[in-house]
Unconditional design. Structure first.
Length: 232
């Protein structure tokens, strides 16, 4: 099972060129912000200037992967003789690896950019670490908290994408919109919704990491049933 799952994982990695290209284009586009800073730094005070870390763009890779893999790769894998169970485990391995690598890369980029901007007096910078408070608990905590969130997000997007060719996929879409729409105006429900997002994004590592991982695995486990019934 491990060998077959890893074989599917490698096929999935090779098929993600679109995700890599889109991410690279966005990174190049965002890098133009630093070119602008170079030109304006000598002519104005940049103390109140705020930059957006390019590390955010790397989040596109696991997000796009969780859309492309269930939407395109399932039928390709089955037509190549792959098994549904192997696809289930192979896809899970891809999301775990991507979430881990992206979390490490983003953390390194955030620290590097923060130090550069501080040294050049270009104002401040919005990073995932300071926006969500992950950097308050140290580098390792920042990596693992980001990993847990990205893994959860990828599992959710993968599962939602896998549902889209069935009527209950559209029902799920409507329910998500309805929950957000209904929960927001009603105070007790809004509090529950706020608690959920606070837990997966802003809480302490010992709360956020296990909660996000358990929820991610619970959501992803639904794919056993979804892909068992999915037509090739």
């Amino acid at each position: 099972m491990c060998k077959k799952g890893w074989a599917i994982a490698k096929l999935n990695f090779k098929s993600l060129k679109t995700a890599y290209i889109i991410t690279a284009i966005v990174i190049v586009g965002m890098s133009s912000n630093y070119c602008i800073n170079v030109f304006i730094a000598n002519s104005m005070d940049m103390a109140d200037n705020y930059n957006i870390s390019m590390g955010w763009t790397l989040w596109l890779i696991p997000v796009l992967a969780s859309i492309l893999i269930p939407a395109r790769n399932f039928r390709r894998t089955m037509n190549l003789g792959g098994k549904r169970d192997s696809f289930f485990w192979g896809s899970l391995e891809v999301y775990a690896i991507l979430a881990g690598l992206v979390s490490i890369a983003v953390t390194i980029m955030d620290y590097a950019e923060s130090n550069l901007i501080e040294r050049l007096n270009w104002g401040g910078i919005f990073t995932s670490g300071n926006v969500f408070g992950w950097g308050e608990y140290g580098v390792l905590a920042a990596v693992f908290q980001q990993f847990a969130f990205l893994f959860l997000f990828a599992a959710f997007i993968h599962t939602l994408t896998a549902l889209q060719d069935k009527w209950y996929g559209w029902v799920a879409d409507v329910l998500i919109v309805a929950i957000i729409s209904v929960f927001t105006p009603i105070a007790p429900l809004r509090t529950a919704l706020a608690w959920f997002f606070r837990t997966i994004l802003f809480s302490r590592p010992l709360t956020q990491i296990p909660f996000s991982m358990i929820l991610a695995l619970a959501i992803y486990s639904l794919n056993k049933v979804i892909f068992a019934r999915k037509a090739i």
